[in-house]
Design a protein. Structure first.
Length: 636
C-alpha cells in the first residue's frame, strides 16, 4: 500500500483476466434460481447485484456450505491485508437476514461492528443484506482516522462506476474455525454497458453476468474489479500481460493518454526484477475522483498479487497525473515480491476479524519503497544525485518520527496506539533499512550481490504458498547473507538504536555535501510559504510584506494579489493540493499564464517560469576509490 498525502508541503496560515467483459449471450437466471442451481456443500456461493441500486446500496446474497453446528458467525472483514488499519467494513452492511430453505428468517444478533451470530444454523440456506459504499461518505479529514483508504474502499455509482473491492461486499462464515480456506464462487450481475476489469477469469458467457471462481476467500478478495464503460489499454512486458483500466467521470483523462508513462515505468521495473516476477497478468485499476463532490479523497494505491487499485483526483493535469501514477504503481508492483511472494504465516492465514500483524513491515513496505526508488537509478530514469536526495528526504522525514521505537515492535502492534501513529515511517525509515542492508551485502560481496539477490533467494526458499515463521526470518536472512546483516537487523530493526546513515553511505564512497535543489515556486528555503488562503472566500493570496522569489517576480506578482487560476485551471482552498502537486513538475522556461485579482480588478499575466535553487545539505560521491562499488550498488 502507498498512501499519497496530498497535503500542502507548507503550512497555510488558515489550515490547521478479463480486461473488459466480453460480448456474451446467454440466459440470465433469476437470483432465486441461481442460488438453487449453485448450492455446493463444499463452497460459498455469492451474488452481487449491480443492476438494482437502491438508496445508493446494492444487494448481496450468500449461500453457505452445509453446517452441522447449531450456531455460526458471519463476518465482514475488520481489516484486510495491506492496509494496516482497522476499518470495520461491517459498518457498510444494512438489513442483514438469515433465511432457511423456505424463506423463513432465522434468529440473528449482531455481536460487533462486523459480525452476526446466526441461530439454528443447520437450517441456514442463505444470508442476504445490502451494502453501502465508502467513496461518497469520505470526510477528507485524513487517512486512518475516520475513512477507509479509498483504494481499499468501494464505490456504487449507478450506471457509471462500481469499484468492487470484494472484501467490502462479500463476507465469510465461522463455524468452529474461520471458513476462509474453502472455495468461493462469485456471480456479479451488471448492466450490459459496463465492463468489469480484473485479473480474475470470468467463466460466464453472458454479457450481463460475470462468474469468478476462487480456491479460498483470500484469493477472491485479492482481486478487485472495476465496472465502468470500457476504457482500457493492454501491453506485454516480458511475457506478462498488463491491463490498464481508467475511470474518469468527465472523460478528462483516458487510458490511452496515460499509458506511455505507465508502460515506460513497468518495462523498467520488469527489467530490474528479471525472473523474480513470474506473473502472467497484472491489472492496474485507476479511479479518478471528482474532488468537488462527495467522492474518494484517500489518494494512493493498494497492492494485490496480480493487480493494484489506484485513486487520484481527476482535476490533475496529464503530466502531474502521469508522474504520480509512476510513483505509486512502481511501489505497488514491487509488492509482487514482498509481501505477496515472501510473507509470514500472519499474512498467509490472515485473520480478517482479529488480525495478528507481522513484525516485518520494514520488509513488506520498506524494501518495496526502496526498490521503487532504486530501480529508477538502476534503469536510468533518475540520476545518482536525485537518488541520494530522495534518501536524504527519507532521513529527514524519519527524524520527525520516533527513531528509537523498535521497528519490529511497531509492526506487530501497528493497529493500536502509539504504534499506529508511527506507521508512515515504513515508507521512510523502512526504505532506509532496505538501503543499509543493500549496502552491507554489496560491500561484503564486492558488489556481486545486493538486497534484490536476497529477495530472490527468499522467494525461492518460500514463495506465494509457503509462509515463514515471523521469529525465524532474521536467522534465515543471516544464513543467506552475512553475519553483519544479522547484527544490523538485531541492532537497528529489532533494537532501539538509531541508524548511523553516514557510516553506511561512506561504505559506497558517499558523504555529505552541499547540493543545489530546485526550489518550490510557493516556498522559501523549502519551509516558508509565499501564499496563504483567505478562510472566508477560500481565495489563494500572495502574502504581502515580504520579498518574493524569482517565480513570482518574473511574472510580476505582488503581495496581496489573489491568484484565481494557472494555465486556465481555477484554484482555491478546495483544490490547492492539486496546485502543489502540479507545480512540482513545472520547469524553468516553460510557458505559463496566471489569472489574478489585484485590488478587485481581474488580470491575466502570460510569461515563462523561472525557478530558484536552494542550497541544501545532501550527499554526493566523494571517494572515487569506491566508484566501482558505488556503481554496482546503483547500477548492478
Amino acid at each position: 500500500m502507498k498512501k499519497l498525502l496530498l497535503s500542502a508541503i507548507f503550512t497555510l496560515s488558515v489550515i490547521g483476466f478479463n480486461a473488459a467483459a466480453q460480448k456474451k449471450h446467454s440466459r440470465k437466471l433469476p437470483v432465486k434460481e441461481q442460488v438453487k442451481k449453485n448450492v455446493n456443500l463444499n463452497q460459498v456461493f455469492a451474488i452481487i447485484d449491480l443492476n438494482k441500486v437502491k438508496d445508493d446500496k446494492v444487494g448481496i446474497t450468500i449461500t453457505p456450505p452445509k453446517f452441522t453446528s447449531n450456531q455460526i458467525i458471519f463476518h465482514i472483514p475488520k481489516t484486510v491485508p495491506g492496509t494496516y488499519s482497522t476499518d470495520n467494513y461491517g459498518k457498510l452492511v444494512d438489513d442483514f437476514k438469515a433465511l432457511d430453505a423456505n424463506g423463513k428468517q432465522l434468529t440473528t444478533s449482531k455481536t460487533d461492528d462486523n459480525s452476526w451470530k446466526i441461530s439454528n444454523a443447520k437450517s441456514l440456506a442463505k444470508v442476504t443484506y445490502s451494502v453501502n459504499d465508502t467513496y461518497d461518505s469520505e470526510s477528507g479529514k485524513g487517512f486512518g482516522k475516520e475513512d477507509i483508504f479509498s483504494p481499499a474502499g468501494t464505490n456504487i455509482l449507478e450506471g457509471k462506476n462500481f469499484m468492487v473491492n470484494i472484501h467490502g461486499f462479500v463476507g465469510y462464515f465461522e463455524d468452529k474455525t474461520q471458513l476462509t480456506e474453502i472455495p468461493y464462487k462469485l456471480t456479479i450481475l451488471h448492466p450490459a454497458n459496463l465492463s468489469g476489469a480484473t485479473s480474475l477469469l470470468d467463466t460466464n458467457k453472458s454479457n450481463t453476468e460475470d462468474t469468478f471462481l476462487a480456491s479460498r476467500y483470500f484469493d477472491l478478495t485479492d482481486n478487485p474489479i472495476m465496472y465502468s464503460k470500457a476504457d482500457y489499454e493492454t501491453f506485454n512486458v516480458g511475457g506478462m500481460e498488463i491491463v490498464f483500466s481508467v475511470y474518469s467521470p468527465t472523460g478528462l483523462h483516458s487510458a490511452k493518454e496515460l499509458l506511455p508513462d505507465l508502460e515506460k515505468t513497468m518495462r523498467a521495473q520488469k527489467a530490474f526484477l528479471g525472473p523474480i516476477n513470474t506473473n502472467k497478468r497484472y491489472t492496474v485499476l485507476l479511479y479518478l475522483s471528482d474532488a468537488a463532490k462527495n467522492d474518494a479523497k484517500g489518494y494512493g494505491a493498494l497492492e494485490h498479487h496480480t493487480s493494484t487499485t489506484v485513486v487520484f483526483p481527476e482535476s490533475m493535469d496529464t503530466e502531474g497525473l502521469g508522474e504520480q501514477l509512476k510513483d505509486v504503481v512502481s511501489h505497488e508492483f514491487f509488492h509482487t515480491v514482498t509481501p505477496l511472494s515472501i510473507h509470514s504465516k500472519e499474512i498467509q492465514y490472515f485473520d480478517y476479524s482479529n488480525p495478528k500483524m507481522s513484525k516485518h513491515l520494514w520488509m513488506y513496505e520498506g524494501v518495496t519503497e526502496y526498490f521503487a526508488n532504486l530501480f529508477q537509478i538502476n534503469q536510468g530514469l533518475i540520476t545518482a544525485d536525485e537518488f541520494y536526495q530522495r534518501m536524504v528526504g527519507k532521513i529527514n522525514n524519519a527524524a520527525t518520527l520516533n527513531d528509537t521505537m523498535p521497528f519490529t515492535e511497531m509492526s506487530a502492534n501497528v493497529l493500536v496506539a502509539p504504534y499506529k501513529d508511527q506507521y508512515l515511517n515504513v515508507y521512510e525509515k523502512g526504505a532506509l533499512i532496505g538501503m543499509c542492508i543493500d549496502i552491507i551485502i554489496r560491500e561484503k560481496s564486492n558488489g556481486e550481490r545486493g538486497i534484490l539477490s536476497l529477495m530472490k533467494d527468499l522467494s525461492n526458499e518460500y514463495g506465494v504458498n509457503k509462509p515463514f515463521n515471523d521469529d525465524e526470518l532474521f536467522d534465515k536472512i543471516t544464513k543467506l547473507t552475512y553475519p553483519e546483516v544479522g547484527a544490523f537487523l538485531n541492532t537497528y530493526v529489532a533494537g532501539k538504536t538509531p541508524i548511523p546513515y553516514d557510516e553506511y553511505f561512506a561504505k559506497m564512497g558517499v558523504a555529505k555535501a552541499k547540493v543545489q535543489v530546485q526550489a518550490n515556486p510557493f516556498l522559501k528555503d523549502q519551509t516558508t510559504p509565499f501564499i496563504t488562503v483567505n478562510p472566508t472566500t477560500k481565495e489563494i493570496v500572495v502574502i504581502p510584506g515580504s520579498p518574493l522569489n524569482s517565480f513570482m517576480n518574473t511574472l510580476g506578482l505582488k503581495g496581496g494579489d489573489v491568484i484565481t487560476a494557472f494555465n486556465d485551471k481555477a484554484y482555491n482552498l478546495d483544490n490547492i493540493y492539486d496546485l502543489i502537486m502540479i507545480s512540482q513538475n513545472w520547469k524553468t522556461d516553460d510557458a505559463i499564464s496566471v489569472k489574478i485579482k489585484r485590488k478587485g480588478v481581474d488580470q491575466t499575466i502570460n510569461g515563462k517560469i523561472k525557478l530558484d535553487f536552494d542550497e541544501m545539505e545532501g550527499y554526493k560521491l566523494t571517494d572515487e576509490s569506491k566508484s566501482k562499488l558505488n556503481n554496482s550498488w546503483l547500477k548492478g
